[in-house]
Design a protein around this ligand. Structure first.
Ligand SMILES: Cc1ncc(COP(=O)(O)O)c(C=O)c1O
Length: 422
């Protein structure tokens, strides 16, 4: 790609894809679908456009935005951030099916799940401590844990089993811990997983949490930003707070969640630290990252309305509708991939991704060359190496960042491009 022409030097892969897809929209995206060779298809950015029409009215209604709302977000009752935290606590407790509901002081809103992860790192780690995470994993962990908080990130590979080349086991976690040579302080699990799109089996989670909490001094941070992104027939999702192992130890398990994925509101930069460990929540608050990664007044106002509408029923119903829409979008995308004989990891029944196996298209220049070729033809996927995938040739496709029609057209175009590689 001609960086000079596009002016995208310095952007990361997802930012560049977003920019190019915006350009395509500007140029009359729908018209260009008839001439895909000239189109740019952003399938890289983890966004979700499926709920916008249902949310539009409530998130654009600022008529009741008051003088109080323009001030510093109020964390204490009856402040606006307090109200949102309380509503998020009620929403999450119901969606997770928790016997003992969360309270407002166990949920803390902050500017994005990235900031929630960073806040927890400041609270749990000192510089030089290690956060371990199974690979492949979200590339942003690097900046959340290491850039400002000064922790180290150790990504460990997962096991390969017949029918599942990316199968996390307790032994993998133990090996990850060993690689950190005594400095492992936090295990991060993304459930449902990005990029694999799997819900981790509850039995596996019990085993891993049981070992971490019983045999080590580590904390577990469960990144559940995709937890409501579930399709029909997905194996059961179990949140960390609903695990039996967690009931025996509330002090070392913490969850992060936000509005970017399940509600498709990534631009609101809204995330939450969720923990019943009072000392950890106190450290999160005392370290003030919530003030330095601010969650601003308008998103707080709008999201409070989303969660408060019809005494919470609107948001719960929206999540049910979302699952239906996501199921349909996944079905359409899988159909298009199958029609093009594009191979993918088949266990992706949650989150927003297909994990494409393009290994047979690798040539001498490897994954980089293949990615350059796709980009030159207007296809933007996230190369597995960006996500620390140990083996080259895997690419993440987000199937919710555009409407089904655009995704299907993009997959058809991808199929043509791959066929030309032979
Ligand atoms: C697993 C995971 N955690 C966190 C984030 C970042 O969330 P936010 O945009 O709310 O900072 C992402 C975004 O893609 C993600 O995939």
């Amino acid at each position: 790609m001609d960086e000079g022409l596009f002016g995208t030097a310095g952007l990361d892969a997802e930012e560049r894809a977003t920019l190019l897809s915006a350009r395509r929209a500007e140029a009359g995206a729908r018209r260009l679908l008839g001439a895909p060779a000239e189109a740019n298809f952003n399938l890289a950015t983890a966004e979700n456009v499926l709920l916008y029409e249902r949310l539009r009215e409530v998130i654009t209604d600022f008529r009741r935005f008051s003088l109080e709302d323009t001030k510093y977000p109020g964390r204490a009752k009856p402040g606006n951030l307090y109200t949102l935290n309380a509503r998020a606590a009620a929403f999450l407790s119901a969606e997770y099916g928790l016997g003992e509901p969360l309270t407002a002081d166990q949920v803390m809103g902050i500017g994005g799940v990235s900031a929630a992860l960073e806040s927890l790192t400041f609270a749990l780690c000192k510089p030089g401590d290690t956060v371990i995470a199974p690979a492949p994993c979200w590339q942003g962990f690097e900046w959340c844990f290491t850039y400002r908080a000064g922790a180290r990130l150790e990504r460990f590979p997962v096991s390969s089993q017949p029918g599942d080349p990316f199968h996390l086991t307790l032994d993998d976690v133990k090996r990850g811990c060993e690689r950190a040579r005594g400095t492992a302080k936090v295990l991060v699990l993304t459930n449902p997983d990005n990029p694999l799109g799997v819900n981790y089996a509850p039995e596996l989670l019990e085993e891993i949490y049981g070992w971490v909490l019983g045999e080590t001094g580590m904390h577990v941070v469960s990144d559940e930003i995709y937890f409501n992104s579930q399709t029909a027939g997905a194996p059961p999702f179990k949140g960390a707070l609903a695990l039996k192992a967690y009931q025996r130890n509330h002090d070392r398990v913490h969850v992060v969640w936000g509005f970017a994925k399940d509600f498709g509101l990534s631009g609101f930069r809204a995330g939450f630290v969720v923990t019943r460990a009072a000392a950890v929540m106190k450290a999160v608050i005392d370290r003030r990252m919530w003030f330095l990664s601010p969650f601003t007044a308008q998103p707080i106002f709008a999201l409070s309305n989303v969660l408060g509408r019809d005494e919470g029923r609107f948001a719960h119903e929206l999540m049910r509708e979302y699952r239906r829409a996501l199921t349909e979008q996944r079905r359409a995308t899988a159909g298009a991939l199958d029609a093009q004989s594009i191979v993918y990891y088949p266990h992706n029944h949650a989150a927003l991704f297909f994990w494409l196996d393009l290994r047979r298209y690798l040539r001498a220049g490897g994954e980089k060359e293949l990615n350059a070729r796709l980009e030159a033809n207007g296809i933007f996927l996230l190369p597995g190496q960006t996500l620390a995938c140990p083996e080259p040739g895997w690419f993440r496709l987000c199937y919710t960042c555009e409407s089904a029609g655009v995704i299907v057209a993009a997959v058809e175009h991808l199929g043509n491009v791959l066929q030309n590689i032979g």
